[in-house]
Ligand binder design. Structure first.
Ligand SMILES: [Zn+2]
Length: 105
């Protein structure tokens, strides 16, 4: 079982998970297991693709990572197992490549 589905079952109950097609990451962090409106939410394959298309080209979006979300998640998992600081370094590397989302004011 994928970790964020397990977290959803803990938060909402195992029966609630039965009817869930997809859990989407609004935070675009595939390692995230925080259930809630800004993180992991109930979604569908169609809605998940639509949200990915809408956010993949945003400056600083992890969805623009050329490794793809699955490979990125595996690499981040492996880095976290070695040393959690390596995950922060990977995120800093992405910010250097894709830039930081600028504040509007
Ligand atoms: Zn999150």
């Amino acid at each position: 079982m994928i970790a964020h589905r397990f977290a959803f079952a803990l938060a909402s109950g195992v029966d609630a998970l039965d009817g869930v097609e997809v859990l989407g990451h609004r935070c675009d962090n595939p390692l995230c297991q925080r259930i809630g409106d800004e993180h992991v939410v109930v979604s569908s394959h169609q809605q998940n693709r639509r949200e990915w298309a809408a956010r993949k080209d945003l400056t600083g979006s992890p969805l623009g990572d050329p490794r793809g979300s699955r490979a990125r998640a595996r690499e981040l998992r492996d880095l976290a197992r070695q040393d959690p600081l390596l995950v922060a370094q990977d995120q800093a590397r992405l910010r250097a490549i894709y830039g930081e989302q600028l504040h509007l004011w």
